[in-house]
Design a protein around this ligand. Structure first.
Ligand SMILES: [Zn+2]
Length: 286
């Protein structure tokens, strides 16, 4: 009996959490997305591709159902990324071992962590040998020593303000940015915005930003970076705030942005991973 009540409670609490979620966004149209993909630079012949070792780092889930699901992302993206030619994938939870750090050409990080000196030292070692690091969503959160974090990743989020809902990402108009090539000028995602950011905006390349209310209670909006890159002497970082809800990872535009950022951070042609943008994605019936 106890077990039945326990199960019933579990079900009710899962329902309550799920009820907090807004309705999932409508699937995208396949035709419009095909147009974006077709504008990418031609794919490189497989024999010319450099072998890449990608480490997917996740952590303990810290939000409700359907949000910040780091373990689920790692579970789904390990087989997905493994489909790429000349790519091997490794996984780590909480923080990689020194061997894993050493072996990775690219580390994709989806978790919330403290970003202490030891972790930043590991990141420095990746950049020093020309490796790449990608930060997703709350991974850009660094409340304790944001300046140190911003030295590595350009900008830091100190949990100032956030908003869940439709985020209109204005893409920085750059003639031929390999990451956003073919994208529309505005990308709307049902996700989350973070602002403001700590760090020197002139030292990053802002890929996309959103207009949000700068001061609580004021109608005035300001523009805040949401996706950016940071180029070091050798290594590269790609950071994106979107990634709050699980469904974003199945949105082909979100996917393409992330995949392009991953390839760019690894020092590769940005379109190298484009083939995965539609893999398993549900499209609108046209
Ligand atoms: Zn979030």
């Amino acid at each position: 009996m106890k077990q039945v009540i326990g199960l019933a409670l579990l079900f009710v609490s899962a329902q309550l959490c799920a009820a907090d979620l807004p309705a999932a966004p409508e699937p995208r149209g396949r035709t419009e997305f095909d147009v974006v993909l077709q504008k990418a630079a031609p794919a490189i012949a497989i024999e010319k591709l450099r072998p890449l070792h990608i480490l997917l780092l996740a952590g303990k889930k810290d939000h409700g159902v359907g949000e910040h699901d780091y373990p689920l992302w790692q579970k789904n993206w390990t087989p997905l990324v493994s489909k790429l030619p000349k790519v091997t994938v490794d996984v780590a939870f909480t923080w990689p071992t020194p061997e894993q750090i050493k072996a990775a050409d690219l580390i994709v990080i989806f978790l919330h962590t403290k970003w202490d000196d030891n972790q930043l030292k590991d990141i420095d070692s990746v950049f020093a040998r020309g490796g790449g690091v990608v930060l997703l969503h709350w991974a850009v959160g660094a409340k304790e020593e944001p300046e140190k974090f911003a030295e590595r990743f350009g900008l830091a989020y100190t949990s100032g303000a956030y908003r869940h809902g439709v985020v209109d990402l204005k893409l920085t108009p750059v003639a031929d940015n390999p990451i956003t090539r073919g994208f529309p000028a505005m990308l709307s995602l049902l996700d989350e915005a973070y602002w403001p950011m700590v760090g020197d905006e002139s030292k990053v390349n802002v890929i996309a930003s959103a207009d949000e209310i700068a001061t609580k209670g004021s109608p005035l909006k300001k523009t805040f970076p949401q996706i950016w890159t940071k180029q070091h002497e050798k290594g590269r970082a790609f950071c994106m705030v979107p990634g709050h809800y699980n469904w974003s990872f199945n949105d082909p535009y979100f996917r393409l942005m992330l995949l392009r950022g991953m390839a760019w951070a690894a020092g590769e042609e940005a379109q190298r991973f484009d083939a995965l943008a539609m893999d398993g994605v549900e499209f609108k019936k046209e």
